[in-house]
Design a protein around this ligand. Structure first.
Ligand SMILES: *[C@@H]1O[C@H](CO)[C@@H](O)[C@H](O)[C@H]1NC(C)=O
Ligand SMILES: *[C@@H]1O[C@H](CO)[C@@H](O)[C@H](O)[C@H]1NC(C)=O
Ligand SMILES: *[C@@H]1O[C@H](CO)[C@@H](O)[C@H](O)[C@H]1NC(C)=O
Ligand SMILES: *[C@@H]1O[C@H](CO)[C@@H](O)[C@H](O)[C@H]1NC(C)=O
Length: 427
């Protein structure tokens, strides 16, 4: 991490990607690395949303901003605003507001005032990437023997996929950086508000009506973040228009064209459903049908773009998330884009309320990854009372419970309560 040298802010006074999303090794910054005083250098504000900040123009503005706990940002004139980490990849600052009707972009470089000792980090490369996945019947039996909450099953098609295919499908190697996020306990006001939410909720059946688009299949491309993000925007439009508009947005435009993700190697929903959809906009599926490849951008340039009006981490900033905030945001606003840690046992989920069995250690063929999915509801088991979330996956309708899964709620199972994103599309 080169926190003392240059970094990019991409788009109007907002996103900063430490290390850059194009870097081969992910950046890894902590809250304490980023908190403090920053000097921000800005180029002329005349750029297009797809501005190339690898080749920055001359610096014309300079400003300073102080980033404080937990999410307070103050500029040199004393204007107060907010900021958030974007996982450990960068941060976003909103200070003197931003007029969405002025759609000009600039490049930024930022420098932290006090220097920070450079950190070293390494990536593991232990996976036999090209080997075909092999079933381990004993693994599936041991999952089903060890607990009664959920059922593991054989998916014969898995043996046609390589280890790398599985790794991509479960989030992609680059997405590993998402691990380690933790949920924050709710304060008393949030707990009171949350207690007033319905006991159960399902956006697939609100008084008999569904506001959720169909389950899709990302295939062997680490595009879960794009599918989850598009799914969130699709549901948002349906809710805001009482189902009179039911667009299907294009994940291919994201993996092939977005500068804010790593294509089939992963990406962050906050940057796609939020930043990209606000600055560049998303397109309908027919403008760039899904191919599951990220080598070229083939989006029809004549297509209309659809935008996000607003987006944020549930709880207001990265690290502010918890079950209660998620329930409120889900019921009030619509489905949430969430991340979860994918362990081997999850691949074999067939039904029930998932929790990580911890049994993978002996059998573990895969690396831990982070997968983005769409949270659509919650409830509790009628017999056992076990609380769960209802989540839409992007592994086709034949996986899990018609493409969905249930997972333990209120225990931050697999970090699912640690970094939910809410988005408000413009229909
Ligand atoms: C990082 O690695 C370099 C070169 O291997 C070493 O000199 C330095 O002490 C390391 N720094 C830390 C913080 O471990
Ligand atoms: C990031 O850094 C933290 C603390 O410095 C460390 O615990 C964590 O394992 C690192 N994550 C990655 C993906 O390198
Ligand atoms: C929707 O929910 C209602 C009430 O819980 C239930 O009676 C109905 O069968 C559900 N509809 C579908 C399509 O699942
Ligand atoms: C929403 O759509 C439903 C079903 O088409 C209709 O019955 C209802 O009146 C609509 N609500 C509003 C507020 O337009």
């Amino acid at each position: 991490m080169k926190i003392t040298t240059s970094m990019w802010l991409w788009a109007a006074f907002l996103v900063m990607l430490v290390g850059g999303v194009h870097a081969d090794t992910p950046a890894n910054c902590t809250f304490d690395d980023v908190r403090g005083d920053w000097i921000i250098y800005e180029t002329e504000r005349t750029g297009h949303a797809n501005i190339d900040c690898d080749n920055m123009g001359p610096i014309v503005h300079k400003k300073t901003v102080k980033l404080m706990y937990p999410n307070v940002a103050v500029d040199e004139f004393g204007n107060h605003g907010t900021w958030t980490m974007i996982y450990n990849q960068g941060f976003e600052i909103k200070v003197s507001g931003r007029d969405l009707t002025i759609r000009n972009w600039a490049c930024y470089r930022a420098q932290k005032k006090e220097s920070v000792a450079p950190k070293n980090y390494t990536l593991q490369h232990t996976l036999q990437e090209h080997a075909l996945y092999k079933y381990n019947e004993a693994f599936i039996q041991s999952i089903n023997g060890a607990q009664n909450n959920w059922v593991a099953d054989v998916y014969p098609e898995y043996e046609l996929m390589t280890m790398m295919d599985h790794l991509r499908r479960a989030g992609g190697r680059a997405s590993k950086v998402v691990s380690g996020a933790i949920a924050t306990p709710a304060n008393i006001i949030t707990r009171l508000r949350s207690a007033r939410m319905p006991a159960t909720w399902d956006w697939r059946n609100v008084s008999g009506i569904s506001y959720v688009s169909s389950v899709r299949n990302q295939a062997s491309c680490g595009s879960c973040y794009a599918f989850a993000s598009m799914g969130g925007l699709e549901a948002g439009v349906r809710i805001l228009t009482n189902n009179t508009q039911q667009p299907i947005f294009s994940p291919q435009d994201i993996v092939g064209c977005s500068h804010l993700s790593q294509g089939c190697d992963g990406g962050f929903p906050f940057l796609i459903a939020g930043r990209y959809a606000q600055d560049v906009g998303v397109v309908l599926e027919e403008c760039s049908p899904y191919e599951g490849k990220d080598d070229v951008c083939r989006t029809n340039p004549n297509c209309v773009r659809h935008y996000t009006a607003n987006y944020r981490y549930v709880g207001g900033y990265f690290g502010g998330c918890n079950e209660e905030e998620m329930k409120i945001a889900l019921v009030r606003g619509g489905p949430l884009v969430v991340g979860l840690e994918v362990y081997d046992d999850f691949l074999h989920y067939r039904g029930g309320i998932y929790h990580h069995t911890g049994l993978n250690d002996k059998f573990n063929p895969l690396e831990l990854t982070n997968h983005a999915v769409l949270l659509v509801g919650y409830g509790a088991d009628e017999e056992t009372g076990e609380k769960f979330w209802i989540v839409k996956n992007s592994w086709g309708e034949n996986w899990g419970e018609d493409g969905y899964f249930k997972i333990r709620r209120s225990t931050d199972e697999c970090a699912i309560e640690s970094m939910a994103v809410e988005v408000v599309p413009i229909p």
